[in-house]
Design a protein around this ligand. Structure first.
Ligand code: ADP
Length: 278
């Protein structure tokens, strides 16, 4: 398999799921000549609306690059990316910046909260900077879902790591983005705090209908998703629906190349799987 487009899968209602973002034949190469690295190799993927998608794969397989290209944080070498109905390939910087600001939310490993602002102020900061009116009813729902009601007046240094990341997630959701992208959002957290954040991401999909894409190398984190895409050598080599941590771990053992910590003795390499599956 080298593609993961929606035609091959329909959602739980049996109908075709609307697509929030799509990549078609996307190539992303860095450098040139002998130092050229192909980070994405003709990737086709549909990100379904209202679905929690995890992107997994060994280190260097192209996970972050795919996320950055889908989110308009990075340009592609060839191919096209769509966010909703908008073709973003070739958009000028200003339009791309506006699209990211208005339609996309980001959660990174580092919480990036301002220490002098309390949780509530951090959550609304991007909208305040953009001069956008805060939808108080929506914000109330986000805050209820995130379970931070009693801590909105706290500054980041009065919050645990998990609570700070939940503030960062609430900030990403506050402007009602079409898609939220997370790059290892629980990478800095212990397992309990990580679970708090993942449960919140899960609830934001189930209760708020939030389309969410998360890059992770953690099978437990991927187990919270609806769908897992597996990358190897810049290609989508497999996908799984309704994953569990155990099923994800089993699949990773199949795909992990030599030297990767999850590789089980005697399993095939990622290259062999990609070659045989395409
Ligand atoms: P992952 O997120 O799966 O670890 P990345 O998307 O970060 O993988 O990287 C995919 C490949 O592209 C790797 O070989 C990496 O070294 C290369 N790469 C990523 N970013 C750059 C860059 N800015 N310049 C050169 N090579 C890069």
């Amino acid at each position: 398999m080298t593609t993961a487009v929606a035609e091959t899968w329909t959602g739980g209602d049996g109908g075709r799921t609307a697509v929030a973002a799509a990549a078609r034949q996307v190539v992303k190469a860095y450098g040139s000549g002998e130092t050229r690295v192909v980070a994405l190799d003709h990737v086709d993927v549909d990100i379904e609306r209202g679905v929690f998608t995890a992107i997994m794969g060994p280190s260097g397989s192209g996970k972050s690059t795919l996320m950055h290209c889908l989110a308009g944080l990075d340009t592609v070498t060839s191919g096209s990316i769509r966010v909703g109905d908008q073709e973003i390939t070739g958009l000028k910087d200003k339009k791309l910046t506006r699209l990211r600001r208005d339609r996309i939310g980001f959660i990174f490993q580092a919480y990036n909260l301002l220490p002098t602002l309390n949780a509530a102020e951090n959550i609304t900061l991007p909208m305040d900077i953009a001069g956008r009116k805060v939808d108080r009813a929506w914000l109330g729902r986000v805050v209820d879902t995130v379970g931070l009601g009693g801590r909105l007046k706290h500054r980041p240094n009065q919050l645990s790591g998990g609570q700070q990341q939940r503030v960062a997630v609430a900030r990403a959701l506050a402007a009602r983005p079409e898609i939220v992208f997370g790059d290892e959002p629980t990478g800095n957290l212990d397992s309990r705090s990580g679970a708090e954040v993942l449960e919140f991401l899960r609830r934001s999909v189930d209760e708020l209908g939030q389309t969410t894409v998360m890059v992770t190398h953690d099978p437990v984190a991927a187990g919270y998703a609806d769908r897992v895409l597996y990358l190897a050598d810049g290609r989508i080599v497999d996908e799984m629906h309704r994953p569990t941590a155990e099923k994800v771990l089993d699949r990773m053992r199949m795909f992990a190349p030599a030297g990767e910590p999850h590789r089980a003795r005697g399993t095939r390499t990622a290259g062999a799987v990609a070659g045989s599956a395409s």
